[in-house]
Write a protein that binds this ligand. Structure first.
Ligand code: FES
Length: 371
């Protein structure tokens, strides 16, 4: 059936069928027969929804014949329609390739996130969503290194969970040390503990930050000493870190301080929306800035705590974008004037008439954008 659909799709993509379908898209006709059928795109049926914690939900998705699989650690762009507008967001796959289909995405529900809150409130089993092919190079090398170190925070656990499920399924015999930070509850915590129980080489160190804060103690933070205590020779491990900017800032400092020799792979989520409170910055993220969107003639009051993409959207604009994490470059836009910071590299830029990626850039002064 799958094979037959793929062959049929190849025929439907030919210029002849495209011309016959004009002025409509061939997919419009296919959708009438089966809502997941598309000649080109990956569509997926939502087959199960499960709340994991107060602020995280897992979705099980059964993609159509255009899905070509994924590697543990990759993400997909999920597109849904909310209020008549198509929204696309990136989510890591939390199941492993060896788990087969349906694949599982685990999302942190943002109280102010348009997609994750508005769409999830109305999502039902049987709904159909659009997916990109699996994307990203945050993946394990083949064969997997003998010594691995994972560092994750919040929903940054998801790609690493996919990797550890993959390691477990493929009989990994190396050593894996994993440090995870969560605010109150660990997303997919039961599964994580079960993996640690089944995989003898897995050393797990989970820290909750909220209880410490509420007791007036400093929140646990990643440090070289903490890593030393968990795994004394961590500097030589191949490391994978995924989480918000604050955690990745700490990872970068620790690796820099110790001049760690092992390879470090980093995947950041929620770019720009979670500027690091722990990083010492020469400006305040609270300072109000004037954001001028020159082409649309609009202005907004901005700040350094969120990406220019998020702030332009909050101001009612709809800038072109894709991944929202600095990979696809679809959000490139010319900055006419102002000082901005690239949140991935930490580099400040005050050059006029320069192309920037809105999704990973925060303002550090008044900014004029060609938007
Ligand atoms: S949206 Fe992909 S790089 Fe900005």
């Amino acid at each position: 059936m799958l094979h037959a659909r793929r062959l049929l799709n190849a025929v439907l993509r030919t210029p002849l069928f495209t011309a016959l379908a004009t002025p409509h898209d061939i997919d419009g006709y296919l959708r009438m027969l089966d809502r997941t059928w598309s000649a080109r795109h990956v569509r997926a049926r939502l087959v199960a929804i499960r709340r994991e914690t107060d602020d995280a939900v897992s979705l099980w998705l059964l993609p159509n014949e255009n899905w070509r699989g994924f590697r543990a650690g990759q993400f997909v762009q999920l597109s849904v329609w909310v209020g008549g507008i198509r929204h696309t967001r990136c989510y890591s796959i939390s199941s492993a390739p060896e788990d087969g289909l349906p694949l599982r995405l685990t999302l942190e529900v943002q109280p102010i996130g348009r997609v994750s809150s508005a769409w999830l409130r109305q999502a039902r089993e049987g709904d159909v969503v659009e997916l990109s092919p699996a994307l990203g190079d945050f993946v394990l090398p083949e064969p997997a290194p003998a010594r691995l170190l994972f560092v994750s925070g919040g929903s940054g656990i998801t790609p690493l969970l996919s990797m550890s499920r993959h390691l477990n399924a493929t009989g990994y015999a190396g050593r894996l040390a994993w440090v995870h930070y969560a605010r109150r509850a660990v997303i997919l915590g039961d599964e994580l503990r079960e993996l640690a129980r089944r995989q003898p080489g897995l050393q797990l160190d989970v820290r909750l930050t909220e209880p410490a804060r509420s007791e007036g103690a400093p929140a646990p933070r990643l440090s070289g000493e903490r890593l030393d205590a968990l795994v004394p020779d961590w500097e030589g491990h191949e490391a994978f870190a995924c989480g918000p900017a604050s955690l990745l800032g700490s990872v970068a400092s620790v690796w820099h301080e110790r001049a760690a020799g092992g390879r470090l792979h980093v995947e950041r989520f929620d770019a720009g929306a979670d500027a690091s409170p722990s990083r010492s910055t020469p400006w305040s993220t609270e300072t109000p800035y004037r954001l001028v969107f020159a082409r649309s003639g609009r202005e907004a009051r901005g700040h350094g705590r969120a990406s220019l993409l998020a702030q332009a959207e909050a101001a009612g604009l709809q800038p072109r974008h894709g991944c929202r994490i600095g990979i696809c470059h679809r959000c490139r836009c010319v900055k006419r004037a102002g000082v901005v910071r690239n949140e991935l590299t930490g580099v400040l830029d005050d050059e006029p008439d320069k192309a920037i990626q809105l999704c990973i850039t925060t303002p550090c002064s008044d900014v004029i954008l060609e938007l």
